[in-house]
Structure formats: structure tokens, C-alpha cells
Design a protein around this ligand. Structure first.
Ligand code: ZN
Length: 233
């Protein structure tokens, strides 16, 4: 049988080198200009936040933290936009382990997303999958604009995937909310169309799929009727 240890040692060395670079970069960044300073500031904020989290864990203020090696048992899987304002754990008041969260801009589906959600349903037995869009989604807005400036190949893939789910495949839609709802419905169709495992889970009653729309102004989430292949608001 293949011995994974050489690969692990290589990965370990690569990680150590990366960490060393990051540590050095963090020291040099403080002597550079504004952009570098903001990078150092961001890292300091992350580190300070983690210190607060560690204290909360030690004090027992974090409701649920799985023991090392234990399997998480999320109550739901959520596929949502990567937009920093739409963190499902915060929106749904969830504790660590409550949600299995997968995020991409515009909640666009690719094979990694499908595989991750299949893991949630098949291995973790998550009974509910929510696909959540949100108001003023910049990714969906970009897809409604046929005059979008030049994008990288990967961003172009994202925008085209969203655009394909808009009504009649048309661009230049003024109704961003309508476009987001159409996108959520398309994403659900994409998931179930791409994954026989998810489709079988829905058809057997093991999985409920619902669309959702998050309104940032109020914080409210509106859900669609929990069904399989179609959604309606
Ligand atoms: Zn978004």
C-alpha cells in the first residue's frame, strides 16, 4: 500500500515554509506603506479575535464545541453567498457545529460545492439544505449587467453561471431581488440536477431543500416552501 508519509512530510515542510514566510512578511509589512499596514492591522484583528474566542471557550461561553475527533451533527446545511455580510452562523444564531456551511459568490455551484453538500447529507445525515441568496448581491448584480468590465477567467465563470439562471437568460435586469430569487431557484436545480445522491435523498424524504432570501436591512430571512426541484415565494 502507498505510504502517505513522504507526501505528508513534503506538505509539512511546505506548510512550515509558508508559515515562516507569513511571519517574516508580517514583520516587514509594518515598515511598508498604507496597504501593508492594513494587512498587518487585519492580522492583528484576527489574532485579537481569536484570543477572545479562546477565552470564551475556556469560560464555557461557547455553547457547542465538538470534542476532538468527534463527528459534528449539524441541523442543516446552508449554501450561501461569500459576501462578508451574510454569514449564516450569525444570521441564524448558530453555535459551532450547528450548521454545515458552504459559500461561494452568488452561491454558484461547482463540483466542490456539490461534493461538500453530498458529504453533509450522506455522511453527516443533515436533513435540511437551505440555499440562501441576499439583497444587493454584487455577484448577481454583475450578472444582470451585460456591460461588465473585463473579469478574470474564474470570475467570468461565476458571473456567467449566475446569468444563465436569470429569467430567459437575459442580462440588464433592473429587478435585482427578482434576479436573486431566480438565481436561488437555479442553484437548487443545479444541485439536484448534478447530484444523484442529493436527488435520491429528496425523493426518499431524507432531505428537505428550501430556498431563502436574506434582507440585510432588517436581518430577516424569507424562506420558500420546502420542496425539491422548484421554489416559490
Ligand atoms: Zn452576494
Amino acid at each position: 500500500m502507498h505510504d502517505p508519509r513522504p507526501g505528508l512530510r513534503r506538505a509539512s515542510r511546505a506548510l512550515a515554509a509558508t508559515l515562516a514566510y507569513l511571519v517574516l512578511a508580517s514583520f516587514t509589512a509594518r515598515e511598508d506603506g498604507a496597504a501593508a499596514a492594513s494587512t498587518a492591522d487585519a492580522l492583528q484583528r484576527l489574532q485579537a479575535g481569536n484570543v477572545r474566542f479562546v477565552r470564551a471557550v475556556a469560560a464555557g461561553d461557547v455553547p457547542v464545541l465538538e470534542q476532538s475527533g468527534a463527528t459534528a451533527t449539524p441541523v442543516a446545511a446552508v449554501l450561501s453567498c461569500a459576501d462578508a455580510r451574510t454569514a449564516p452562523e450569525i444570521i441564524f444564531g448558530a453555535a459551532p457545529g450547528d450548521l454545515f456551511v458552504v459559500r461561494s459568490l452568488g452561491q454558484v455551484v461547482d463540483r466542490a460545492v456539490v461534493g461538500s453538500l453530498e458529504h453533509a447529507v450522506e455522511s453527516l445525515h443533515v436533513p435540511t439544505l437551505v440555499v440562501m441568496g441576499h439583497d444587493a448581491c454584487s455577484a448577481v448584480t454583475a450578472a444582470t449587467d451585460s456591460h461588465t468590465s473585463a473579469l478574470s477567467a474564474h470570475l467570468d465563470y461565476l458571473v456567467k453561471a449566475i446569468r444563465a439562471g436569470l429569467p430567459h437568460g437575459a442580462a440588464d435586469q433592473q429587478d435585482v431581488r427578482g434576479a436573486v430569487l431566480a438565481n436561488v431557484e437555479q442553484v437548487i436545480n443545479d444541485l439536484l440536477g448534478a447530484s444523484p445522491a442529493l436527488r435520491a435523498a429528496v425523493e426518499s424524504g431524507r432531505l428537505t431543500v428550501a430556498g431563502a432570501y436574506y434582507e440585510s436591512g432588517t436581518g430577516k430571512v424569507v424562506f420558500s416552501s420546502p420542496v425539491g426541484r422548484t421554489t416559490s415565494w
